[in-house]
Design a protein around this ligand. Sequence first.
Ligand code: DAK
Length: 257
Amino acid sequence: MIFETIIYEVKNDIGYIVINRPKALNALNVQALKELSEVLDMVAADENAKVVIITGAGGKSFVAGADISAMQNMSAVEAYEYARLGQTTYDKIQELPKMVIAAIDGFALGGGCELALACDIRIASAKSKIGIPEVTLGVLPGFAGTQRLPRLIGVSNAKEMLATARKISAGEAREIGLVNCVVEENPMAKAEELAAEICKNSMSAIALGKKAMNEGMEMELKKGIEHEASLFAIAFTTPDQREGMTAFLEKRPANFK
Ligand code: DAK
């Protein structure tokens, strides 16, 4: 399938999703969000893509936000629909039973920061600037930033980012736990290195572990622990459990399919 605003390809077990509107610094308009949503359905069904990397085209920006020109004249009803399109698309990333890495090389602002927040791991180059500047436009983050950001970096840090609209450096983002790792340049190379490390392990176990963490974060501790036991039991119905444990006992590397 050919998309105008998104490039999708698979190489060496990695599904690459590139947001491709470089002239607008990869700002997400309705078309880009709809295409991203369709691509995520494809990735979910694509057995060749074990790990997913999301990045932006053009070398200057990951995603500079929701498209301001598209939002300028929206009615409240249209704004609600636009926000729900972004939110449900980003939920697909969070719920994808595969690890998703954001390779951030440049601006990750507003809806771009929120896109990175929906990913499981964030790698940023040193030049990157990350922020939620929506309040400078008279709105608040609308793609779940007010929910995911405080869960990741704490309410106080998140409120500071919201209210100051400051674009923080990659180094500052690392300090508050907003990104996992900062590299001088070429975050894609680091993301690929991480993806290769992940690909050696059991995909079914990773999917169950991701689900346990995602869903457990929404539960009180005791319920979350019980939930973990149920998912742990499911792992024992997979070929990977037999292969992983047999391989250990036979003193050989596991060969997961
Ligand atoms: N939308 C549309 N176009 C954008 C854009 C954006 N977010 N960001 C950049 N562009 C476009 C610029 O208009 C410019 O287009 P031309 O003039 O060349 O046609 C081109 O990209 C290059 O940008 P600049 O010329 O500005 O480049 P600079 O290097 O000088 O500056 C910058 C780069 C990233 C600092 C600057 O472009 C900038 O401040 N951009 C806006 C960043 C921003 O405010 N992002 C947050 C967007 S608001 C909601 C749903 C969602 C949201 C909120 C509510 N509901 C429906 C309730 C989310 C909101 C956002 O994400």
